[in-house]
Design a binder for this molecule. Structure first.
Ligand code: NZQ
Ligand code: ZN
Length: 387
């Protein structure tokens, strides 16, 4: 194992009715910017509940509505303007990963005088941020308990992941009943995204990590058991609560304790893909990840084989290592397809036309992949396998 520091300052309130803790977490009479998306929180009643809590602390509430899935830099800038003009001292994100990521961007850029994009591209350091809390409405990204955000610059068609210890939420409310209204496609994308986070953590090269490897495998088996049940019974509170805890744990730092952090090449390729095509993140991952597995197992099948046997139900009896690994990649693809995730880029009408640009955008930050370091031709190979 590597040495590691475990420190996650986000306070998690998990379970039904926990939204009332907003009144304990946000100071009385704060000037709050409430950030939300395209209106799902108005239809499912979460907006009303959040406003009720903010009224109880006599907050002065300003709103930034309309944060788009794959949140845009322009929306972050709109939020920053409100913060500066109105003297906002606290942000509250109510929504999925996109709303939370946008809020993180606003919180960092509101304390900065230059261009917000320079913070996200690391041209300028993030030295502070406005405090914010979240009310999560979609189980997927883990953004509710991590310091990561992904912002799209629609003008330059770049989507960039960035992180800063200043943008951990101070608290997050995880009430699974708020996810009962998530539509089927987003539910599936959430399952795929959570599993991808666990899978990418799994592909590290640190020796002697039995505890964390077993933990990841267990999380994956739980997602594979619960996912299909949830898709069958989207109104099940029990399945929603299981997936909510799975998705938060899959990307809150726990799974990288003692390891080199895993291999996030597929996320890098997906971000480049959805910068060009604006497709849902989980949909892109479902197409790309099994092809990443196929790509890496050609060189070193050992870890894929372990995944195949311990998680994906492949029997190793009488088979070569590479055969077991190949069956594993196939089994993962089949599982995601069985719950309704897309299979190929052509499902999104994506062809080879922009592959060159996607490959280049994958390298917007240097260093793609650690378990297998990628170069341009390996990224292109994964894209071609995904057609
Ligand atoms: O905008 P509204 O009306 O709220 O509708 C949203 C949106 O259309 C809807 N939705 C959310 N909660 C709902 C609901 N509809 C009904 N009932 C509810 N309770 O779902 C749609 C998708 O929402 P979005 O927030 O975009 O989804 P998700 O949580 O999957 O976030 C995706 C974004 O997060 C980034 C992705 O790249 C993408 O931009 N990621 C962020 C990460 C992080 N910060 O750690 C890590 C991830 O790997 C990921 O890259
Ligand atoms: Zn993801």
């Amino acid at each position: 194992m590597h040495t590691f520091l475990q420190h996650n300052p986000t306070k998690l309130y998990f379970g039904k009715g926990q939204i009332e803790y907003i009144t304990k977490e946000i100071a009385k009479e704060s000037r709050v910017l409430l950030v939300y998306g395209g209106g799902s929180i108005k239809r499912n009643g979460v907006y009303k509940e959040a406003i009720k809590q903010l009224n109880a602390i006599h907050a002065t509430v300003f709103e930034l509505a309309g944060v788009e899935p794959n949140p845009r830099l322009a929306t972050v800038e709109k939020g920053v303007e409100i913060c500066k003009e109105e003297g906002i001292n606290y942000l509250l994100a109510v929504g999925g990963g996109s709303v939370i990521d946008c809020t993180k961007g606003i919180s960092a850029a509101a304390n900065y005088e230059g261009e917000a994009w320079d913070l996200f591209t690391q041209k300028a350091p993030i030295e502070s941020a406005l405090p914010f809390g979240t009310v999560l409405t979609l189980a997927a990204t883990g953004s509710e308990m991590n310091p990561v955000s992904v912002i799209t610059n629609w003008e330059s068609k770049d989507k960039i992941g960035w992180s800063s210890s200043h943008v951990y939420p101070t608290f997050s409310i995880l009430d699974p009943s708020y996810t009962l209204s998530v539509p089927q496609d987003q539910t599936v994308y959430g399952i795929v995204d959570s599993m991808s986070h666990a899978l990418e953590h799994y592909f590290h090269r640190t020796p002697n990590t039995p505890m964390i490897d077993g933990f990841i495998e267990s999380l994956l088996r739980t997602a594979m058991e619960t996912g299909p049940n949830l898709v069958e019974n989207p109104q099940s509170f029990e399945h929603r609560e299981t997936m909510m805890y799975v998705s938060t744990t899959a990307f809150n730092g726990t799974l990288s304790n003692g390891t080199d952090g895993g291999d996030w090449a597929t996320h890098r390729i997906e971000h480049a893909l959805s910068a060009v095509y604006d497709i849902p993140h989980g949909g892109g991952l479902a197409v790309l990840f099994p092809n990443w597995l196929d790509h890496v197992l050609e060189e070193d099948p050992s870890r894929v084989k372990q995944l195949a046997v311990n998680v994906l139900g492949v029997s190793p009896e009488g088979k070569e290592e590479i055969e077991v690994a190949r069956e594993g990649a196939k089994a993962l693809r089949a599982f995601w397809n069985s719950i309704g995730a897309p299979n190929r880029l052509s499902d999104y009408s994506i062809d080879e036309r922009h592959f060159k640009a996607i490959v280049e955008k994958t390298f917007i930050k240097p260093g793609v992949g650690t378990y297998k370091e990628m170069d341009h031709s390996s990224v292109l190979d994964i894209l071609k396998r995904s057609l």
